[in-house]
Design a binder for this molecule. Structure first.
Ligand code: DAH
Length: 457
């Protein structure tokens, strides 16, 4: 049978933080402090032939560290198989945000600029390290998060969208880590003039949430370490933050509420965080199997990000650069352009949530081509994974003669066939490798004077 490890899924998940970009201070990495040429020598061996990926050619240089095994994952497109658990989860979230446009960028290759610089990652951020990310060359890499598509998507003029995609990070090997996994990015932005509409939406969402068996633990505050942005009208920033929180609480209730034990309210916890591209920023956790499980990162989109996409919030670019976050009057003096936008964004890991909802104990199972895995799931349904042997199926049909079963011979040692005798022989020969012995059939018409030949599988 499938050998499950003794650690629980949530313990495994609890140990793994996919939100690697939370804070530059939280993940000290030895390699990040080494001079770059030392890292390069240790990690990448430049090969002469360029990368050929999705009809594009990428020259190699000293940054190239993406091996063929990783590139081979690009065309698996797990999110496009309707009955794959990741795709089922993706569809459920998409149907929850039914007015959002759902996008799935086809190529995982982005520029280093898109993945990091455009989003405000500092030059020494550990995520940029060759030990952490897959580079094709100095300029191009495999996206490490779906946030890499934020600016280009805002640039298309879309106000509310979801992006689901495969993302790539160099990582350890265990049941909860895989160098390729899937994220979903979601966002909603409004013209600043829509504040009345946002307030109305918030009141409605809050009422809906109050009627759910849901405990929201939120002790986060707006402070100098997690401020509203200086260029935002605090009243608008407050409503956008509320809408972010209501929207995600409601998504989490949609995903986990029905999986709760009867009568037990779902517990969700909000924690202050730091991301270079949002402020204020948060992480959200759910209480699951006796521990807090980290689900997603989110926040109010840095105005710089929207500015780059031509959705700037302020008409005047000659504003003072550092207004105190609480100085509402000064912000108002900056005359926000009523047509320009502000909004929120989130990013979540699909595997982490799917492992819990579908009870999938090992992240590598998502990549299985085994029918015993794939045939278990149905589009639109969350069902619990049924463990199966870790060995590939290998069926052996066996038929053989057994002594006649008759009242004459019954009781005579060695003459009566019993299934356990056969199982004993199987055990002797094959040990624990045999998972199951099944009698397929006894022939229907037998001459009672002849021995029987049962057929086993
Ligand atoms: N991209 C982040 C990560 O992979 C997650 C994230 C955090 C996405 C905050 C967001 C956001 O859109 O607002 O860890």
């Amino acid at each position: 049978m499938w050998t499950t490890k003794t650690r629980s899924i949530s313990t495994l998940l609890g140990q793994c933080s996919r939100c690697r970009y939370v804070s530059t201070a939280s993940r000290p990495r030895i390699e990040a402090r080494l001079p770059l040429h030392t890292q390069l020598r240790r990690i990448s061996t430049p090969a002469s032939s360029p990368y050929q990926i999705l009809d594009q050619t990428y020259k190699r240089d000293t940054y190239s560290n993406t091996p063929p095994a990783i590139l081979s994952k690009i065309d698996r497109r797990l999110l496009h198989h309707p009955s794959h658990p990741l795709s089922i989860l993706r569809n459920i979230i998409e149907s929850h945000f039914s007015t959002h446009t759902s996008l799935t960028p086809s190529s995982p290759i982005v520029s280093v600029w898109q993945n990091f610089d455009e989003l405000g990652f500092p030059p020494d951020h550990p995520g940029r390290s060759l030990t952490d990310s897959y580079y094709l060359n100095k300029e191009y890499m495999l996206r490490t998060h779906t946030s890499a598509h934020e600016v280009e998507t805002y640039r298309k003029g879309l106000d509310r969208w979801l992006i689901s995609a495969d993302v790539y990070r160099r990582d350890e090997i265990d049941a909860s880590h895989y160098p390729v996994f899937h994220q979903m990015e979601g966002t909603q932005v409004w013209p600043s003039s829509d504040i009345t509409e946002i307030k109305e939406l918030n009141a409605k969402l809050q009422k809906e949430l109050e009627s759910c068996p849901l405990i929201i633990e939120d002790e986060t505050t707006i402070s100098s370490t997690n401020p509203y942005q200086p260029t935002h009208d605090p009243e608008l920033a407050e409503e956008v933050t509320k809408h972010l929180k209501h929207s995600l609480n409601s998504l989490i209730y949609r995903l986990f509420g029905s999986q709760q034990m009867e009568g037990e309210p779902l517990r969700v916890r909000w924690i202050e965080a730091f991301f270079p591209f949002t402020s204020p920023s948060y992480e959200v956790e759910v209480w699951w199997n006796g521990e807090w499980l980290e689900l997603l990162g989110c926040g109010v989109v840095q105005q710089k990000t929207l500015d780059q996409a031509g959705m700037s919030y302020l008409r005047s670019l000659s504003r003072p650069s550092s207004l105190p976050y609480s100085d509402k009057k000064q912000c108002q003096r900056l005359m926000p352009d009523q047509s320009h936008k502000a909004g929120w964004a989130f990013g979540l890991g699909l595997e982490r949530i799917a492992m819990v909802l579908f009870n999938i104990p090992d992240i590598r199972l998502f990549w299985s081509n085994d029918k015993r895995f794939l045939n278990q799931f149905k589009s639109g349904e969350i069902t619990k994974f049924q463990p199966y042997s870790k060995y590939p199926p290998c069926y052996k049909d066996m038929s053989f003669w057994v002594p006649p079963i008759s009242s004459d011979t019954a009781g005579e040692k060695g003459k009566v066939f019993h299934e356990n005798d056969y199982c004993e022989i199987v055990r002797e020969v094959a040990g624990d490798l045999v998972e199951n012995v099944t009698l397929v059939r006894f022939p229907l018409f037998v001459d009672s004077s002849l021995p029987l030949y049962p057929q086993y599988c």
